[in-house]
Design a protein. Sequence first.
Length: 247
Amino acid sequence: MKEIHYSDKEILVFKDVDGIADYAVRKWTEIAGKTVNKKGSFSVALSGGKTPATLFHKLAKENKLPWNRTHVFMVDERFVPYHDENNNYRMINEILMRHVDIPAKNIHPILTTVETPQASALKYERELNSFFSTRSGFDLMLLGIGDDGHTASLFPGTPSLKEKKHLAIAALPSGTIMSYRITMTFPIINNAENIMFMAAGNDKAPVIREVIEKEKSRLPAAMVRPGKCSPIFLLDKAAASLLSKKP
């Protein structure tokens, strides 16, 4: 691991995705331990994707983590049935949740069995409001970055970027034929206690450079500006290759 120093961000560069995942496990373990000791429980929001999948495989073997006091939420979800290969929760459940001793009531998927994406978003927002009625924000949030700069399911140039009231909304990527997504919004993302971005591959290098180095970028990932922490970027060498600062 090598570090690159920026004033408002922590950039860590690893040889490969395996190195990213190993560090993320250590950081998760550290934050979960401290938070459970302080608050009695630990809340985390997870994103789907290939890079996080490596982390989930490793976490599935961490039986000493306080799973019985951990609450797992979804950052976003495609409005597709559970058995669809594009369903984020299906992937996370099969790789991670089924293999750890976490109570069912502590798992908070975004349900896509309701009639509409808007109804799904409303249901999830109610669950978030209920959970956080006596708590502060998420203890840890894991985010990805798309090659167009999106994070969660907040896409460039869409109305979702201006959402200031709702914690979860139905969002449709512009200019695509993709299915609706249900996504957390900036009000809850930027209230997290800890945020880790994970990104790998040469295709991410241009957008990583803009998100990290362009001061007034309007890319969604650059609009993640938490008030309680500096976001940590976990990158492989390829994703970090175009940064002007070198480790």
